[in-house]
Design a protein around this ligand. Structure first.
Ligand SMILES: *Cc1c(COP(=O)(O)O)cnc(C)c1O
Length: 360
C-alpha cells in the first residue's frame, strides 16, 4: 500500500532524495566517509556546502547583492535575530499579524523593539490577510515583518504593498521554493528547512548586503548576521547533514523543472483538495478566505466534530498519515508540500469523497 504523509513539519521528502541519501549514507562518493563523519572544513563537505548554496541561488534567482546563510536555531531563532540586527538606529518595527507564527515573531520583537502592528487578522480567527489598503505602515520603521504562509491557519499571500524604503522581512518557512519569487523585493527571507527544503536542524537566511553589520552592541556572536556572513556560515560547526539533505532537495527541484514547474503542480494539487472541500455540500469546510487559501497547508473541518476520529482512523488505514489539524483550528490539516506527489493528493480526495458517502 502506498503511504502518504501529510505532516506540517518535519514533513515528507522526495522519495528519490531519501533513496539517494540511503545509497550515499555510509560512503559519500567514494570518500570512505559518511557526510555525518566529515570535517566541515574538509574539501568534501566544503564542496557539498558550496554546491547547495549555488543551487539555491540558481533556483530562486538570488541577486548578487544577497548572501545565503545556512544556520541553526530554527525559524524561531530568526524571530530574535531579525530585531537584534535590523532595529538599531531606529527601534520602531512593523509587523503584520496573520496567525500563530506571526504572533511568536511579534512576541520576540517586543522584547527589544517598539512593535507597530500594521494590521491584525485576529478578529476573524486568522482566516484571512487584511487588505493592503488597511495596513498602517510606518514610513520610519526599520523593517516590515510578514509571514507569507501561516502554516497553522493555512493563510497565504504573495503580493506586497509598496513599503518604499522599508525592507520587507519574510518568514517563508512553509512556502519557500513552492513557486518563483522576486527576491529583490525582500530585505531578508528566512525559513526552517523541515517543511519544504529538507530536514530539521537547518535554517536558511537570504539577506540583502546592506542589512548586514548593524547588530545591537552586545549581540551574541551566534545571533549576529555579520559573524555568520564573514565566516560563510562556518563560524561554528554548521548542521552538516541537514545542509547535505537540503542540497539533495535542491538538485531534485532542478531536475524536476525548477520552481516554475513546482508552482504549476502545487497549484493543481491545492485545487484538487479545495475542489473536494467546496463540492462537498458543506460536509467539509475551509475556514480560510478564498483569495488567501494556501497551496501548502490546507486546514478543513468536518460537518460534525464527532466524525474527526473515524475520519483520521480510516485515513490512516488507507495510508493517509498525519492529517490531524492543529488544536487552534481543529479538524484536519493536509500539508501538501513540493514533495507530496499528485497521487497522494488524489488518494486523499478520493478518500474524502468516500467518507462523505458513508457519513454524509
Ligand atoms: C514551523 C514554522 C516556524 C518555526 O520553525 P522552527 O524551525 O521550529 O523554529 C516558524 N514560522 C513558520 C511559518 C513555520 O511554519
Amino acid at each position: 500500500m502506498a503511504v502518504y504523509n501529510f505532516s506540517a513539519g518535519p514533513a515528507v521528502l522526495p522519495a528519490e532524495v531519501i533513496k539517494q541519501a540511503q545509497v550515499e549514507l555510509n560512503n559519500w562518493r567514494n570518500s570512505g566517509m559518511s557526510v555525518m563523519e566529515m570535517s566541515h572544513r574538509g574539501p568534501e563537505f566544503m564542496s557539498i556546502h558550496e554546491q547547495a548554496k549555488q543551487d539555491l541561488v540558481d533556483l530562486l534567482a538570488i541577486p548578487s547583492n544577497y548572501k545565503v546563510l545556512f544556520l541553526q536555531g530554527g525559524a524561531s531563532q530568526q524571530f530574535s535575530m531579525v530585531p537584534l540586527n535590523l532595529a538599531v538606529e531606529n527601534n520602531q518595527v512593523d509587523y503584520l499579524h496573520t496567525g500563530e507564527w506571526s504572533k511568536k515573531a511579534i512576541a520576540e520583537a517586543k522584547k527589544t523593539t517598539q512593535v507597530n502592528i500594521v494590521a491584525n487578522a485576529e478578529d476573524k480567527n486568522f482566516s484571512y490577510v487584511p487588505d493592503f489598503s488597511t495596513w498602517k505602515l510606518n514610513p520610519n520603521a526599520a523593517y516590515l515583518h510578514i509571514t507569507p504562509n501561516e502554516t497553522i491557519g493555512g493563510v497565504e499571500f504573495y503580493d506586497l504593498p509598496d513599503t518604499h524604503q522599508v525592507p520587507v522581512v519574510a518568514d517563508m518557512s512553509s512556502t519557500i521554493l513552492s513557486r518563483p519569487i522576486d527576491v529583490s523585493r525582500y530585505g531578508i527571507i528566512y525559513a526552517g528547512a523541515q517543511k519544504n527544503m529538507g530536514i530539521a536542524g537547518l535554517t536558511t537566511v537570504i539577506i540583502r548586503e546592506d542589512l548586514i553589520g548593524h547588530a545591537k552592541v552586545g549581540t551574541p556572536a551566534m545571533l549576529d548576521y555579520k559573524i555568520h556572513v564573514d565566516n560563510d556560515s562556518m563560524y561554528n560547526t554548521p548542521p552538516a547533514f541537514s545542509i547535505y539533505m537540503a542540497g539533495l532537495v535542491f538538485k531534485w527541484l532542478k531536475a524536476n523543472g525548477g520552481l516554475e514547474a513546482m508552482a504549476k503542480t502545487n497549484q493543481h494539487k491545492a485545487q484538487l483538495v479545495y475542489d473536494a472541500i467546496d463540492n462537498s455540500n458543506q460536509f467539509y469546510r475551509s475556514p480560510v478566505a478564498i483569495s488567501n487559501r494556501s497551496w501548502m497547508n490546507i486546514p478543513f473541518t468536518l460537518k460534525d466534530e464527532a466524525l474527526d476520529k473515524p475520519f483520521l482512523k480510516q485515513a490512516e488505514e488507507r495510508g493517509l498519515l498525519q492529517l490531524k489539524g492543529h488544536r487552534s483550528v481543529g479538524g484536519m490539516r493536509a500539508s501538501i508540500y513540493n514533495a507530496m506527489p499528485v497521487d497522494g493528493v488524489v488518494a486523499l480526495t478520493q478518500f474524502m469523497k468516500e467518507f462523505q458517502k458513508q457519513h454524509g
